[in-house]
Design a protein around this ligand. Structure first.
Ligand code: 13P
Length: 260
């Protein structure tokens, strides 16, 4: 049984004050929702304050990126060693990092390894761009991203299964107001699970959570979450609106509770 998982990626939104206000607005209700792992990923500068606010709650915290070195002369960067005092998760390989900041598959691989070594749980993002989708290259691109990101990570690191979450985020669906269809997303997620089974083994692949991300809202979450292959969502824009995010998590809990 995979525990459903919903994370809010706030991206470069909210000042510290605004972040605290948003957490204040959702905290009690979100805390009470059972049966879903709930994660907030605010900007770095708000992690410490929100970490304090979430103490004693069932809500977990994640960062949006990190450097792969532990420490050193890397001005402006943040490491896994720093993050692990503040949060449990870290989003890695997000398409905005890959395409706006030139993050390569090799860098993502180093980051995933560094996070796991420090006991941080990566939320590894993969997904194809529009032209890749339109030219039938989705499988090839996703396979390459998954295998490169996880290269050299042994299944003997048993905790990998528990500590890794994968998010399938087709780039064309991010911030576009145009999500993939539930069926499309489930098909690619099934493919990702089969790649993980080839890479490690079937048991690990079956136990890993794989999320969908890209224009998820309270209006379309059911389409995704009602697919047995899809274990949850990585939510961008809609996670910045208290009611929207609560509704997404609530609906996830309700749908996943029902036997398939
Ligand atoms: P949107 O939900 O705003 O499309 O963003 C998705 C995303 O990139 C989450 O990481």
């Amino acid at each position: 049984m995979r525990v459903p998982f919903v994370a809010g990626n706030w991206k470069m939104n909210t000042t510290v004050t605004e972040a605290e206000e948003l957490v204040y607005d959702i905290l009690d209700t979100l805390d009470r929702i059972k049966g879903v792992e709930k994660v907030l990923c605010p900007p770095f500068v708000s992690l410490a304050a929100i970490n304090m606010m979430l103490q004693g709650s069932s809500i977990k915290l994640g960062a949006q990126n990190m450097h792969f070195e532990i420490k050193g002369a890397y001005t402006g960067e943040i490491s896994s060693l720093m993050l692990r005092e503040l949060c449990e998760f870290v989003i890695l390989g997000h398409s905005e990092r890959r395409w706006y900041f030139g993050e390569t598959g090799e860098m993502v691989n180093k980051k995933v390894k560094a996070a796991l070594n420090q006991g941080l749980k990566p939320i590894l993002c993969v997904g194809e761009r529009l032209e890749e989708n339109e030219t039938g290259r989705t499988e090839e691109v996703v396979r390459e991203q998954v295998t490169t990101a996880l290269n050299g990570i042994k299944p003997t690191v048993l905790s990998v299964a528990k500590n890794l979450v994968v998010a399938y985020e087709p780039v064309w669906a991010i911030g576009a107001g145009k999500a993939a269809s539930g069926k499309q997303a489930a098909a690619t997620i099934k493919l990702i699970r089969s790649i993980l089974a080839e890479l490690w083994n079937k048991d690990i692949a079956q136990s890993l959570r794989i999320l969908y991300g890209g224009s998820v809202t309270s209006n379309n979450i059911v389409e995704f979450i009602s697919q047995p292959e899809i274990d949850g969502a990585l939510v961008g824009g809609a996670s910045l609106k208290a009611e929207e995010f609560l509704s997404i998590v609530n609906q996830t809990a309700e749908i996943k509770e029902k036997p398939v």
